[in-house]
Unconditional design. Structure first.
Length: 497
């Protein structure tokens, strides 16, 4: 590894490489790409065995060198393994799709390559993007095993974009692409101490992405700073005739990185979601520091007391169950291979036949419920109600009534101890991500500090299509942040450290 590559890797793993410094390294060399490959082999395939990367391209260095005169200049990008790339199977973490070698690029990957991004490999995920069972453990899939958190290898990486979050935190690539239905980009980004951006639904194509919900699904960037997230979003966004939700994307797409270096919070009115801070005093203290940083940078903070309409959650769940069966069936029917599952019922049967490997740790209660959720009239009513409550009656109303541009809250609490036997154990009192997910509005998480050396993030939520404004606010906060960010330890958490 060259001295420059070694320096880059030291900086990214220390968390000290912010957007202005990254500009020095924005032309990725083949040596730096080889450094990422070496790091995957040393820390993911061996050593602490983070388990973030399912497969990578050992010839990536030569390929990135050929892309230097492009917008992304050969930057290495890891892709969540529910997004099709032509080089490798797309499994969604399930052995049922182990042979799903379509030879296709999802349109967002076509856009990435056209911009000069280099696909380095595929990342592990919570199997089926965490929609198989209520008692699942985030970060586990039958194909990829368990993803570990680089900051504390006995703690969870959250999901479902677990591998993408852990990989960026561990310095395995310049960036990664995740997908979110409800929290699957923002939670792993927050818990792994990186930036994650869930764009407005419809800004990035979902074609050839293993689906859950046509209403809520979206891919998005996961990076070490907001500037890189904006660059990657610019590359992958765009309209796709096969995805009607993206009809406005070309008109809404801009260079999202333009002007981020000059982004300011001066005079920006920001709504502080006080009840969504949760019940942890240590997290509240970190959040208060972040608020003080924003206030010193000129932001006008407005406290908001808000209790959500819980019907939104119930109706959204109905939407997910109905759309899972329909959208999964459409995707499976599109697969070119022989002997592939073609319906959700086929997946249920596969899991039953392979219960020893697929269902050792948890079952498939959500798959089974989705298979029986067939009332279209009830679904359409639930969809309209959930989106109305989450968007116009929650986010839009709060922005208007309090005359604020954005809403902020902690994203999640610190990482919990991974427990395959009992499943996830996270604090549900924290965060404001669900309304943004259900409404399809933009949601950015940026590192704001740590609780006991475990990263925590701050969420910025804005109106539909306000992606650029949300990114600018996140970039301005990033510059104003005073909290010291921890570095990955690559070992289990210990109170004695």
């Amino acid at each position: 590894m060259t001295r420059t590559a070694a320096l880059l890797l030291a900086l990214v793993t220390s968390g000290s490489l912010a957007a202005p410094a990254m500009a020095t390294f924005n032309r990725q060399t083949d040596q730096e790409t080889q450094g990422y490959v070496n790091r995957i082999e040393a820390f993911d395939d061996a050593g602490p065995m983070i388990g973030a990367v399912i497969v990578h391209d050992p010839e990536a260095a030569a390929k990135s060198k050929a892309l230097l005169n492009t917008p992304l200049q050969g930057q290495s990008v890891l892709v969540k393994d529910n997004i099709e790339t032509r080089e490798w199977p797309t499994t969604a973490g399930s052995l049922a799709l182990a042979n799903n070698m379509t030879g296709r690029d999802a349109p967002l990957i076509t856009n990435l390559r056209a911009a000069g991004g280099m696909v380095l490999g595929k990342t592990n995920l919570s199997e089926w993007a965490n929609i198989r069972d209520n008692d699942s453990t985030s970060g586990w899939s039958a194909v990829g095993g368990l993803t570990r958190n680089p900051y504390a290898t006995d703690r969870n990486a959250c999901g479902s974009s677990s591998g993408s979050g852990a990989a960026v935190a561990a310095g395995f690539a310049w960036a990664a692409i995740g997908t979110e239905t409800n929290g699957s980009i923002t939670c792993p980004a927050s818990i792994n101490g990186i930036v994650g951006f869930k764009p407005t639904v419809g800004l990035v194509s979902r074609t050839y992405v293993v689906p859950i919900s046509s209403t809520q699904d979206t891919p998005g960037p996961m990076t070490r700073n907001v500037w890189d997230a904006a660059r990657l979003l610019t590359a992958i966004a765009g309209s796709d005739p096969l995805d009607p939700a993206t009809a406005e994307a070309d008109a809404r797409k801009i260079n999202f990185a333009a002007g981020l270096g000059k982004a300011s919070l001066a005079g920006v009115r920001i709504g502080v979601m006080r009840k969504q801070v949760g019940d942890r005093e240590d997290l509240a203290a970190v959040f208060d520091t972040a608020l003080a940083d924003m206030e010193r940078a000129g932001a006008v903070l407005v406290d908001i007391e808000f209790d959500p309409d819980t019907q939104m959650y119930r109706d959204s769940f109905t939407v997910l169950m109905f759309e899972l069966r329909e959208e999964m069936g459409k995707y499976l029917a599109s697969l070119p291979g022989e002997g592939m599952p073609r319906t959700l019922a086929d997946l249920i049967a596969f899991n039953q036949a392979n219960a020893g490997t697929e269902m050792r740790w948890f079952g498939q209660s959500l798959f089974e419920l989705a298979e029986t959720t067939t009332d279209r009239e009830a679904y359409e009513k639930a969809r309209a109600n959930a989106q109305r409550i989450a968007g116009p009656e929650t986010i839009d109303k709060l922005l208007a009534e309090h005359n604020v541009t954005l809403l902020v809250a902690p994203t999640r609490g610190p990482a919990w101890t991974t427990d395959l036997v009992n499943g996830d154990n996270f604090n549900g009192s924290i965060g404001f991500g669900a309304p943004a997910a259900i409404a399809g509005y933009p949601h950015l998480t940026v590192p704001m500090g740590a609780v006991e050396r475990l990263p925590v993030g701050i969420s910025f939520v804005g109106a539909k299509w306000a992606d650029a404004e949300v990114l600018k606010a996140g970039a301005a906060y990033e510059k104003a942040r005073t909290a010291e960010l921890p570095a990955p330890s690559f070992k289990p958490w210990s109170a004695g450290d």
